[in-house]
Write a new protein. Structure first.
Length: 153
């Protein structure tokens, strides 16, 4: 190797980048779904005590994922208006909603010491802020199965 440089994982200072031509499939109707979910929730994260109301930090989170359930993709009962943090926590299964639309923290996460888990635990058992269209039972059941959590006891 010339110049006395060693090649190894700890010495990487630059990653090769560039462009690649790709064909992309786009979700039709997703923008309208997101707009209606946020509008129905009053442009506020539905997680208890979360005050995020800046639309740039809100997403229309699918309860039953887009890729998993074609029938529910555009149903407004399959959406929650969540801030970016609560959306990620929901997607990862750190929490779900029980049949009464109350926050149910995954038992596997309850001993966690991260600030996010502690915040989720403070909301455990509290009901989400209601939207004009409540969450569908079918969508919640699908989420419970996907994240391996049963809030029914």
């Amino acid at each position: 190797m010339g110049g006395g440089e060693e090649k190894g994982p700890s010495n990487v200072v630059s990653i090769e980048t560039g462009w690649q031509l790709a064909t992309v499939r786009a979700r039709v109707g997703q923008a309208e779904f997101a707009r209606k979910i946020k509008e129905n929730a009053g442009y506020v994260c539905c997680f208890p005590s979360c005050g995020v109301n800046d639309p740039r930090f809100l997403v229309a989170s699918h309860i039953a994922r887009w890729s998993d359930n074609e029938r529910l993709r555009g149903h407004l009962g399959n959406g929650l208006c969540l801030c970016l943090v609560h959306d990620k926590a929901f997607e990862l299964g750190l929490f779900t909603l029980d049949e009464h639309h109350q926050v149910f923290v995954n038992p596997k996460e309850r001993s966690g010491k991260s600030e996010i888990v502690l915040e989720l635990l403070r909301a455990h058992g509290q009901r989400i802020a209601f939207s004009k269209v409540p969450p569908l039972d079918d969508a919640l059941l699908e989420h419970w199965v996907r994240v391996d959590v049963s809030p029914l006891g």
